[in-house]
Design a protein around this ligand. Structure first.
Ligand code: NAD
Length: 472
């Protein structure tokens, strides 16, 4: 009998009447554990516990808030190996490489850094006429919804800035990867005051109930564009502030005549991080037509050294896709590309068996207008698209609904800077991709998102401005 995981509500471990199996994507016969299915009553309890805790936490001192965030950092550090093992089992990502241990390191890093951020009050005017002070005050109960690709890191991105600014949190993890978040929040609750961080788990409908609940004062959502639009529409009903971190279809442009071998490692991991299941991964690569063969060859050569396998195997560097829906989507997009003139120069077929493994795949012969190029594939498949004119490549890179990140690659730094200035995205990289950090605001433009996370700007999104305007 596999282990049952519980919710954490008001500092208590709470069981449910109903549980569902969570399976290992590297071997779908293996049940990793069972996730509780919250009822509407559980959600009510979680939101009211968070509201009760907010009553005192909103008045907490800066030291208390910093301390709470440092405790979270310590909890994830002390329990990193247990959480990494569980994350690998339910998410599929390898323990090593840019996998679970890396993710737990990120959790500790983000929590620790965010603890040290602050939003001090500002004196806007102090003279014979008046004294005006600008403060940042907490919003209340934060409703957090997370996806299945980086479950723990994204949970930390939502929880820690919430606590740091005096809010309390109710988090709902993805139904595909609930166990690691349930366990992490259980651990956090052993160290923090009751009700500061609550977790409920269930299906998508639970997310909709959470975001529409009148007890939620701020929504932070990371997930697909389609769901993000629904969340924003729901938030509009009650004029609740939202932060939306949504999908991307990041373009990368290799300048004409660039030696691709020099950048193969960066291009490879920029696109294949977490088997491509990363919002800010490189998802379409534009190369000059004269450089196509050399670029493809350099990437194929590099990929031969990267072992794909069960994430629990210490040698694996890449794991399976996380779930059947995503696996089917990747298969469908590659088949569609082949039907539309594309060639998989490596990979291109699932590995087979009771799992969701899909190999590293580079596709040539496709261009804009083919689904693999136009849509977010979210898998280990990179279309390599040719151009003849650099300005045309920039226009094609920009010509989408997405705007999360973009990158330009080449030795001529004047030219990379010129192209970077023209690329339309929340972040533009030069000679790298997917390099996020807790001190650098991150967010998308266009349909890729609304608002930023990280840094002081990210922290400010969990507050409202309060002005004290006093006559002299
Ligand atoms: P998804 O939108 O299907 O689900 C995300 C979460 O929303 C899940 O917890 C789900 O249960 C919940 N949900 C579903 N319907 C809901 C509703 N109507 N109201 C409220 N919540 C609801 O996304 P996914 O497939 O889990 O994640 C993959 C997507 O997330 C990709 O598009 C990826 O690019 C994006 N993503 C973006 C970022 C970023 O920072 N920009 C980071 C990671 C993932």
């Amino acid at each position: 009998m596999s282990k049952k995981y519980n919710m954490s509500i008001g500092g208590e471990s709470v069981a449910a009447d109903k549980y569902v199996d969570v399976r290992n994507p590297a071997n779908t016969d293996e049940v990793v554990g069972q996730a509780p299915q919250a009822t509407p009553a559980h959600l009510e309890q979680a939101i009211s516990a968070a509201r009760k805790a907010f009553g005192s936490w909103r008045h907490s001192s800066e030291d208390d808030r910093v301390g709470a965030c440092q405790i979270v950092a310590q909890v994830v550090t002390d329990n990193a190996e247990e959480l990494a093992q569980l994350l690998t089992k339910e998410q599929g990502k390898p323990l090593n490489g840019l996998g679970s241990r890396f993710e737990l390191g990120g959790c500790a890093g983000w929590a620790g850094f965010t603890a040290g951020l602050s939003l001090p009050e500002k004196v806007l005017q102090d003279d014979d006429e008046k004294k005006v002070i600008q403060q940042r005050v907490p919003l209340g109960v934060v409703g957090s919804i997370t996806p299945w690709n980086w479950p723990l890191m994204i949970a930390i991105w939502h929880i820690v800035p919430g606590l740091r600014t005096g809010n309390t949190v109710v988090i709902k993890p993805s139904p595909f990867t609930p166990l690691s978040t349930l366990r992490m929040v259980e651990m956090i609750n052993k160290k923090l005051p009751a009700g500061l961080v609550n977790v409920v788990s269930g299906g998508d409908e639970l997310g909709a109930k959470l975001t529409s609940h009148e007890g939620i004062d701020k929504i932070v959502f990371t997930g697909s564009i389609a769901t993000g639009k629904k969340v924003m529409a729901t938030a509009a009903q009650r004029v609740v502030p939202v932060t939306l971190e949504l999908g991307g279809n990041d373009p990368g442009i290799l300048l004409p005549g660039t030696d691709p071998a020099k950048y193969a490692e960066g291009l490879f991991f920029g696109s294949m991080i977490n088997s491509g299941q990363t919002c800010g991964a490189l998802k379409r690569l534009y190369v000059h037509e004269d450089d196509l063969d050399a670029t493809t060859q350099a990437l194929v050569e590099f990929s031969k050294n990267i072992p794909l396998g069960d994430g629990s195997d210490e040698n694996s560097m890449l794991g399976p896709l996380q779930n059947k829906r995503q696996f089917d989507r990747v298969v469908e997009l590659v088949e569609d590309a082949k039907d539309n003139g594309g060639t998989a120069v490596i990979g291109g077929e699932p590995l087979g068996g009771d799992n969701y493994f899909y190999p590293v795949t580079f596709v040539t012969g496709v261009s804009d207008g083919v689904r693999l190029v136009d849509e977010e594939q979210f898998g280990p498949v990179l279309p390599i698209i040719t151009y003849t004119d650099l300005d045309d490549a920039i226009a094609r890179a920009n010509g989408t609904q997405f705007g999360l990140d973009a990158s330009v690659w080449g030795d001529n730094r004047k030219e990379t800077a010129r192209v970077a200035a023209q690329l339309e995205a929340g972040t533009v990289y030069e000679n790298k991709h997917a390099d996020i950090a807790p001190n650098i605001p991150f967010g998308g433009i266009k349909c890729s998102g609304f608002g930023v996370e990280f840094g002081e700007e990210g922290l400010a999104a969990y507050t409202s401005i309060k002005i004290i305007n006093a006559a002299a």
